[in-house]
Design a protein around this ligand. Structure first.
Ligand SMILES: *Cc1c(COP(=O)(O)O)cnc(C)c1O
Length: 392
């Protein structure tokens, strides 16, 4: 007979999900109520208000999509693209590639701006692409490329879009909560995130937000949105301000309790403090890793603090190391993806996982594992170097 499932207890230092606080897990276990219950509706209003604060926006169309980050991505593209629209997509990793796929599937005219995996999106190339394609309707890029650990200059890219009268779509799945995101200040028109990265909630929900300019484009569409589920006009009948909360789909009630709790926690800490914590733990991790003799893939000034892509020492079986970390230390780190598969480990320091304890635990576990496999790195210096950062 199949018995109840009890997951092992892990330390999650991969590309997501990140460690989830017991407070968030406890919120999720509270009793389920109806998704049209007045008590649930007022909790939803608070979720929306907290999302506006965290996105730094007054956009009325701000809500959590009842599906993972990939659905948030689709929601932005499916609502904003009409067949024939020229869309510039910046591709410097896995998620930009997925954006491009969305554009072509929706009948958009794709203009790809490519950069190397590990590099940020080139502002100059985007500027040129906007000049070369004066009929461009949308510019889409990934703020924090989780597949490589590169951070792009969202503020400058959005300013370019605005001055060219082009709407921007920003992937903030890994950036939100970990580094600065300023929807209104940067003039972002459509943005989506995910719960399981720096918000440290359980996976499966995608916060999105659309500017008034984006809403205008959606309202003026000549063809209906091709997805029924993700059509914002319909979803807003449930989530919108003053909406009658008409049935659209059954909201994932308990998952939204979890999101509510995780947003409360982010705001208790304060966004500035959260960003500073991510930065500090990254610096300590980097000091430790570099003292061992390992290198980062991304250049220093465009590294994401929450996602560290680290090169694998010559001759090391990277999957074996990850396996041993999981087996002996119950510690999960990520493998490389796409062009970086087999070349890097991706070490996440996202949300709850971004802690001094985790940094020191990772460095010592990795060092012990290297020692077990007789890997030629510098021993006895990683934890010391990290501690020096904390003490400075
Ligand atoms: C994780 C991630 C996604 C996809 O989110 P899912 O919740 O896995 O669907 C999209 N973009 C980026 C940058 C991500 O890191």
């Amino acid at each position: 007979m199949i018995k109840s499932f009890f997951p092992p207890s892990r330390t999650l230092m991969g590309p997501g999900p990140s460690d989830v606080s017991p407070r968030v897990l406890a919120a999720m276990a509270r009793n389920t109520i109806g998704h049209l219950d007045p008590a649930f509706v007022s909790m939803m209003d608070e979720v929306k208000e907290m999302l506006q604060t965290i996105f730094k926006t007054s956009n009325a169309l701000t809500m959590p999509i009842s599906a993972p980050g990939s659905a948030g991505m689709e929601c932005c593209f499916v609502n904003l693209i009409e067949p024939g629209d020229t869309v510039i997509v910046c591709q410097n990793g896995v998620f930009g590639t997925r954006m491009a796929e969305n554009v072509t599937r929706l009948g958009g005219k794709l203009v790809l701006v490519k950069d190397d995996w590990g590099s940020p999106v080139s502002v100059d190339k985007v500027e040129q692409a906007l000049k070369d394609n004066p009929d461009t309707k949308l510019l889409a890029f990934v703020h924090a490329e989780t597949s490589t650990g590169a951070r792009s200059d969202a503020k400058t890219l959005c300013a370019l879009a605005t001055s060219a009268h082009v709407l921007s779509i920003v992937d903030a799945v890994t950036s939100l909560g970990g580094i600065e995101v300023d929807v209104d200040g940067w003039g972002i028109d459509a943005i989506y995130s995910g719960t399981q990265k720096c918000l440290s909630c359980t996976p499966g929900i995608s916060p999105v937000s659309f500017s008034d300019r984006a809403v205008e484009k959606i309202k003026n569409r000549t063809v209906p949105v091709s997805s029924w589920f993700l059509d914002t006009n319909l979803v807003m009948g449930y989530w919108g301000a003053g909406a009658k909360r008409a049935y659209h789909h059954t909201a994932p009630v308990n998952a939204l309790y979890a999101l509510h709790e995780s947003l409360v926690m982010v705001l208790e800490e304060g966004l500035d403090n959260a960003w500073a914590r991510h930065e500090l733990n990254h610096e300590a991790l980097a000091a430790g890793v570099e003292a061992m003799g390992l290198a980062f893939v991304v250049e220093k000034n465009s590294r994401l603090p929450q996602l560290n892509s680290i090169t694998i020492p010559e001759g090391v079986d990277e999957a074996k190391v990850r396996g041993l970390l999981l087996e002996n230390y119950s510690l999960e780190i990520g493998a490389g993806l796409g062009a970086l598969a087999g070349k890097v480990w991706r070490v996440g320091l996202m949300g709850e996982s971004s802690s001094r304890r985790n940094v020191l635990y990772f460095l010592s576990s990795l060092e012990n594992t290297f020692s077990e496999l007789n890997v030629d790195v510098a021993y006895g210096v990683a934890v010391k170097s990290a501690l020096a950062i904390y003490e400075s």
